[in-house]
Write a protein that binds this ligand. Structure first.
Ligand SMILES: C[S@@+](CC[C@H](N)C(=O)[O-])C[C@H]1O[C@@H](n2cnc3c(N)ncnc32)[C@H](O)[C@@H]1O
Length: 346
């Protein structure tokens, strides 16, 4: 069995359909008015595919502290090309499964009381919503996402039965002020062209004393589970799209975002998760489902795709042949803060 620290991601931007959705005028509020209310998992020592953090940050001048208000880290070859989350089943098998692992640790960290009103912003296929439903005994549970296929998939999840899902945009949440006790974005913030606006919306809809949280891949440290594929594509001279706000995938940047939004008791942490694949073939099958990279892979010839596959194998330090189980590691940054008791909603 081998473990891998996945290297820097080349991620993706919002799809044109998301942009069109975001441009829709006035999304109606749904009428609800409830009362206010690295650890040891990383292999010791540098693995053959491991590069130091400094190596991963070519645009980051040595000796300069991480700026927090300004993007401190600009991913290499950033291109704001499209990504589509229309294949919810593929999403659920690749990133959804990873998100579930992070979400479990994130919920332990939030340690929420039962009976709260929850909002999952950018709920996608409903992975995190399902965790909240199963583990947090919510009084009310809403999920919202602009992608119709994801919303339909989320509605069909047995583990999220009882949750209410709807289409909508994180930067124009169709809910009344103070209508939730907890709002969370799971793997969403870096897709928003204006993350501060998305955070402000969560603060608006959460009641004083409530929690606003998020987690997303530690892109600056190569924490995305798709990072190794991004590198393999780069080795083959193939560009991949980058998230529009990848700069927010940095611990200092996201902490400052929460502080700037007026949140109190702001805390951040890293969450490292592992996922085991029974073979390299099984890993490769799932890797090809990444929402940002699947269209890129589909555009390659068979020969190019095979070269990328072998690049992945090489980056993981795996020998040719079927081999045994492969364990991959991904790392997320999590953030949480409280809406001030004196905050005046709205
Ligand atoms: C990586 S997925 C995360 C899905 C889910 N939260 C999870 O943890 O698996 C990113 C999600 O963000 C959604 N998204 C992108 N732009 C958004 C926006 N402006 N408002 C709300 N959601 C958005 C996408 O549709 C997609 O479902």
């Amino acid at each position: 069995m081998r473990a891998c620290l996945l290297s820097p991601t080349v991620f993706a931007a919002c799809s044109p359909s998301l942009a069109r959705w975001a441009a829709r005028p006035g999304l109606a509020w749904d009428g609800s008015r409830a009362p206010a209310l690295s650890n040891a998992l990383f292999p010791p020592g540098p693995a053959p595919w491991h590069r130091s953090r400094a190596d991963l940050l070519p645009a980051f001048p040595a000796g300069r502290p991480l700026a927090t208000r300004q993007p401190a880290w600009v991913p290499p070859a950033a291109t704001a090309t499209g990504i589509s989350f229309h294949d919810a089943d593929a999403y659920d098998r690749m990133t959804g499964a990873w998100s579930r692992l992070v979400g479990l640790a994130f919920l332990d960290w939030l340690s929420p009381a039962p009976g709260l009103r929850w909002l999952d912003v950018g709920c996608g296929s409903g992975v995190f919503t399902g965790l909240v439903a199963q583990r947090c005994a919510p009084a009310r549970l809403h999920g919202i996402d602009p992608e119709p296929a994801q919303v339909a998939y989320a509605r069909s999840r047995p583990d999220a039965r009882g949750a209410q899902f709807r289409q909508g945009d994180a930067t124009a949440l169709p809910y009344a002020p103070a209508s939730f006790d907890v709002a969370v974005m799971a793997l969403v913030l870096f897709y928003l062209p204006d993350p501060a606006r998305g955070v402000a919306q969560m603060v608006r809809v959460v009641a004083p004393g409530g929690l606003v949280g998020a987690y997303h891949w530690d892109l600056a440290a190569g924490g995305s589970p798709l990072a190794v594929l991004g590198r393999a594509l780069a080795q083959a001279d193939v560009d991949t799209p980058t998230a529009p706000s990848a700069w927010v995938a940095d611990e200092d940047a996201v902490r400052q975002l929460w502080v700037d939004a007026g949140l109190e008791d702001v805390q951040t942490r890293h969450i490292t998760v592992r996922r085991e694949f029974r073979s390299f073939d099984a890993l490769w099958e799932v890797l090809q489902l990444g929402a940002s990279t699947a269209p890129v892979l589909r555009g390659l010839s068979c020969r190019q795709r095979e070269a990328v596959r072998e690049n992945v194998r090489g980056l993981l330090g795996l020998p040719p042949g079927p081999g045994g189980a492969v364990t991959c590691t991904a790392r997320a940054i999590a953030v949480k803060g409280r809406v001030g008791r004196r905050a005046s909603p709205g």
